[in-house]
Write a protein that binds this ligand. Structure first.
Ligand code: NAG
Ligand code: NAG
Ligand code: NAG
Ligand code: NAG
Ligand code: NAG
Length: 268
């Protein structure tokens, strides 16, 4: 009897034990002078300012990639360049909706992150994001793949849970509840999902990433987690050009995530 009580107490403790992956402060990110000038355009889609980059040559107009950006959003040139990279080098029509609604977190640390977050809760951020996704679908885009970075990793996970997109990838996601959010994915999603993590990330630590891996064992739609050594949070968005480890990790993360989306577009 006592044993049963203790066990059920432990089990109920386990059920609420999910650890929330913190949103990394501005100081955890790399800020480098971008090496290129963005080539895409801002287009209003469903009332939401959206940065759009189209491949130079022919492309499949029934498929698109949506970039779910970090907290610096439209205030960080690297986010535009990342979107261009998906169009130019992966060959997808690529859309980055401004779900921060013109209010990115300043890079200089002048705005308190926790206060800023209160103005960018899921209740505020999700409607513009879904409006853009719905509009793209109504324009004939049949398969949408998402790639979430940091803050955007939460939305990549939500869209996976809700089966809103065809395929998902993300890098160093934050604000997730681990393992709960992936237990939900495992229970109700048909979306193949890929995660790139950084061994030096203090948010999604290697230990938390390993908890997700454990949950995702046997996930039929498809799961891949690739951990990168020697890099920290935000490495898939920005790399210091003088640091070969960062440069290589950013490129490899892009290759893995774009191949993931391409492969699953072809099979889903
Ligand atoms: C897109 O909008 C953002 C934010 O308003 C602005 O900083 C950026 O320069 C614009 N890009 C283009 C290509 O117009
Ligand atoms: C949050 O939004 C409110 C209302 O628009 C605004 O007054 C406040 O300054 C915002 N807080 C931050 C940290 O941006
Ligand atoms: C996912 O579904 C839940 C429950 O219907 C909803 O509250 C939430 O806004 C959805 N999120 C996304 C990103 O679609
Ligand atoms: C994840 O994908 C990468 C790139 O395709 C591959 O090298 C790696 O073996 C995969 N990891 C697992 C656990 O399958
Ligand atoms: C970039 O890397 C170089 C060489 O390691 C280093 O001196 C410099 O401080 C780094 N810059 C930033 C912004 O981290």
């Amino acid at each position: 009897m006592l044993f049963t009580t203790v066990t059920s107490f432990l089990l109920s403790a386990l059920a609420v034990r999910g650890a929330i992956v913190p949103q990394a402060p501005a100081s955890d990110h790399i800020f480098v002078t971008p090496s290129a000038v963005p080539t895409g355009q801002n287009v209003t889609i469903a009332g939401v300012n959206t940065y759009v980059s189209l491949p130079k040559g022919d492309f499949d107009e029934t498929r698109a990639v949506v970039i779910l950006m970090d907290v610096f959003g439209f205030g960080k040139t690297d986010n535009f360049l990342l979107t261009d990279n998906w169009a130019d080098n992966a060959g997808f029509a690529t859309y980055m909706p401004d779900y921060l609604l013109g209010d990115p977190l300043p890079q200089d640390g002048s705005v308190d992150l926790n206060t800023w977050i209160l103005n960018h809760t899921e209740a505020i951020t999700t409607p513009p994001l879904l409006a853009v996704l719905n509009e793209l679908k109504s324009q004939g885009i049949e398969k949408i793949g998402v790639s979430g970075y940091c803050f955007g990793g939460l939305y990549a996970t939500r869209l996976t849970q809700n089966n809103t997109v065809a395929v998902a990838t993300m890098a160093h996601p934050s604000l997730l509840t681990v393992p709960d959010d992936y237990e939900l994915v495992k229970a109700q999603s048909q979306v193949p999902v890929q995660i790139n993590s950084a061994d030096l990330d203090t948010g999604l630590t290697p230990a938390l990433a390993a908890e997700i891996d454990q949950v995702m064992v046997g996930y039929v739609p498809g799961y891949n987690h690739t951990a990168f050594a020697g890099v920290g949070h935000g490495f898939a968005v920005s790399a210091n050009a003088s640091d070969p480890i960062q440069v290589a990790a950013k490129e490899e993360a892009f290759e893995i995530s774009s191949n993931w989306i391409r492969t699953h577009f072809d099979t889903c």
